[in-house]
Write a protein that binds this ligand. Structure first.
Ligand code: CP
Length: 302
């Protein structure tokens, strides 16, 4: 694929770029040994200032598979952040150890845009406040692309739940137009944007009937001041064995994780053939291999 030195957002991803990135990812799945960094001394700083299971482990796995050593900061308790050192100083000091790429998860206060413009190393956004989670959107779309025989043109993608707090949705919206996707939102009014250039549904049954595929979103309880919005959430917006029947026979169910069981979904979803949730996780490793390989290739290190 064309050169990629950092990944902070997906705004510049065209249909062609996405297509070649997904094809590369597919080749990596089929032949991982052909996509390794040759120099054994290459490192990636994984700076996870906020909790993560899927993203952190899959980046570590991706590093191992492409032959890059991950240097992981996981949580702030074991670092000098607890002594009052700032995020900026933490990043500056780890950067002084000369990693090739810094993979960063943190809050909106970080300046990943600024870092990507001014740093010698590459920057990867691994979940940035509410601004975006580009590798999650890429792995979601890649998972659908595989199922849809490599063509997502005109598909209707429904997001159910906590849309306004979702960095996953933010990243999806950056590429929806390039892919000619139709986007729909369903949830309580207080969970949805006031003005949206997208289809809005109050009824989950109607929304499930409309879409080609559905992504349930974690209700971010910690971000809601009005807890009354949450009290009856699952009755109206949770997937049940009854309302799943409103989906088309070809529709799949997704969730970026972590799931609130009994709120968005029930654990039976994992036994249901419509679920792509664990395939999303598996593909998360391949998408991140593909990303790291592209970045190291752009840096002339493959
Ligand atoms: N989807 C996702 O970002 O999960 P983690 O928070 O576990 O990384």
């Amino acid at each position: 694929m064309s050169s990629l030195s950092s990944l902070v957002n997906l705004k510049d991803f065209s249909l062609k770029t996405l297509g070649s990135f997904f094809l590369q990812t597919q080749e990596i799945k089929n032949n991982p040994l052909a996509f390794r960094v040759k120099d054994p001394n290459r490192t990636a700083g994984l700076l996870f200032f906020e909790p993560s299971t899927r993203t952190r482990f899959s980046f570590e796995s991706a590093c191992a598979r492409v032959g890059v050593t991950p240097l992981t900061l996981s949580g702030i308790e074991s670092t000098s952040l607890v002594k009052g050192e700032s995020f900026e100083d933490t990043i500056r000091n780890i950067a002084a150890m000369d990693p090739d790429v810094m993979i960063i998860r943190g809050g909106d206060q970080l300046d990943l845009d600024g870092l990507s413009k001014t740093s010698d190393y590459s920057i990867v956004n691994a979940g940035w406040g509410m601004r975006g989670h580009p590798t999650q959107a890429l792995l979601d779309l890649y998972t659908l692309w595989e199922k849809e025989k490599e063509d997502l043109h005109g598909k209707k993608l429904l997001f159910v739940g906590d849309v306004i707090h979702s960095r996953v949705v933010s990243s999806h919206l950056e590429v929806a137009k390039a892919l000619s996707l139709q986007v729909g939102f369903c949830g309580p009014k207080s969970f949805l944007p006031n003005k949206a250039a997208h289809q809005i549904f109050d009824s989950l049954n109607d929304a499930l009937h409309w879409c080609d595929h559905v992504m349930f979103l974690r209700v971010q309880k910690e971000r809601h001041e009005n807890q009354s919005d949450l009290a009856n959430y699952s009755q109206s917006y949770g997937l049940t064995r009854e309302n799943i029947q409103f989906l088309k026979p070809t529709s799949f169910v997704m969730h970026p994780g972590p799931i609130n069981y009994g709120v968005e979904l029930e654990s039976w979803i994992h036994e249901n053939p419509r679920s792509l949730i664990l395939q999303q996780v598996t593909n998360g490793v391949h998408i991140r291999q593909s990303l790291l390989y592209s970045i190291f290739q752009t840096r002339g290190l493959t």
